[in-house]
Write a protein that binds this ligand. Structure first.
Ligand SMILES: *Cc1c(COP(=O)(O)O)cnc(C)c1O
Length: 324
């Protein structure tokens, strides 16, 4: 079990403005697989958020505020054995002195769960059949009774709080990039996309790259999520469904080749589940000419780098020629 402090624990406490100093990095003019990616900037959420870098930090902030307002010190949530959400929850819980409970699907042990347990998260295994009931009000009522007093946070940090937390991501873009511009990000539950689309004004075009295959209900989930949060999207948005590269957490040879080449030339580490697919989609759409309309492009690096450890073909740190 890891006794190490959460990565970035030496950073200033969460909740200060410094956690929101998100670097916006311009890509080097080095063609990746023959395509100069041109006027592309990457919003490095992987370098923000202190102990829990990436979009999960933003999604969790309103949950922490809600728990504090209700005087609750225990946060309970759900995830698979490689869940970035549970990993972030454990890191933030330790730093902000909340007790955390992770209800984990199945029995697989992973480096991510070891980190989480090392930071004090109580890992409670649930069967796949139980896990399927994660949105069933009857099971949620049982869990609240079992862990009370607690705040139950939906899988992946989705829900109205998660969406509202991502308005901050949009703010950091608006402050630095004038419209019109295209904003690209990877999509799991669609929560981050909903918050970003709601927080950006007219003139922004948001393209979400689905990390899952055949997630045809995503558009509806985003629309419903916005309504439930009392928000509406001023920016136009769409979900691109053809860049999953084989399905959730899967890769194909072309994605692996792109990712290795991109990291080497650009010096920006990616991971295969989300961020590599977002950059690869941008690369393909630039290559095909579909996005050669001159709109400046901002790709949101949503973090998740701790998940690289799940892939034997990847070194924990990427190889890089980059000397920028
Ligand atoms: C969770 C996650 C996403 C997906 O976010 P959603 O809000 O669920 O769409 C994207 N990238 C990374 C690195 C993540 O961990």
């Amino acid at each position: 079990m890891s006794k190490e402090p959460p990565p970035g624990a030496e950073h200033p406490p969460l909740g200060t403005d410094s956690a929101l100093m998100v670097p916006l990095q311009k890509l080097a003019s080095a063609p990746v697989d023959g395509v100069d990616m041109g006027d592309v900037q990457v919003l490095r959420l992987d370098l923000a958020g202190g102990a829990a870098p990436g979009n999960k930090w933003f999604k969790l902030q309103p949950c922490l505020a809600l728990a504090r307002a209700r005087g609750l010190r225990r946060l309970v949530s759900f995830g698979g054995p490689w869940s970035n959400h549970l990993h972030a929850l454990a890191a933030i819980g330790r730093q902000e002195r909340f007790e955390t409970v992770g209800l984990v699907r199945g029995e697989t042990s992973t480096a991510m769960l070891e980190d989480a347990a090392g930071w004090g998260m109580r890992i409670q295994r649930v069967t796949r059949a139980e896990y399927r009931r994660r949105n069933d009000p009857a099971w949620l009522a049982e869990l609240s009774a079992l862990f009370q007093p607690c705040l139950l946070i939906p899988e992946g940090g989705s829900g109205p709080e998660g969406i509202r937390g991502c308005l901050e991501i949009a703010r950091t873009i608006r402050e630095r990039v004038p419209p019109p511009a295209r904003v690209v990000l990877a999509v799991g539950t669609g929560t981050t996309l909903a918050g970003v689309a709601a927080g950006l004004g007219a003139g922004f075009r948001v393209a979400g790259v689905a990390a899952l295959k055949g997630a045809s209900d995503l558009e509806q989930r985003v629309t419903k999520g916005l309504v439930a949060s009392g928000l509406s999207a001023a920016a136009s948005w769409e979900i691109l469904h053809e860049h999953h590269c084989g399905g959730f957490a899967r890769t194909d040879a072309r994605l692996r080749a792109f990712m290795t080449e991109f990291e080497r030339l650009q010096g920006i580490p990616l991971e295969p589940v989300y961020t590599a697919k977002a950059l690869y989609a941008a690369h393909r759409l630039l290559q095909s000419g579909r996005w050669r309309d001159g709109l400046p492009l901002v790709v949101i690096h949503t973090g998740g780098l701790q998940g690289r450890r799940g892939y034997g073909w990847l070194a924990p740190e990427p190889a890089s020629d980059f000397r920028g």
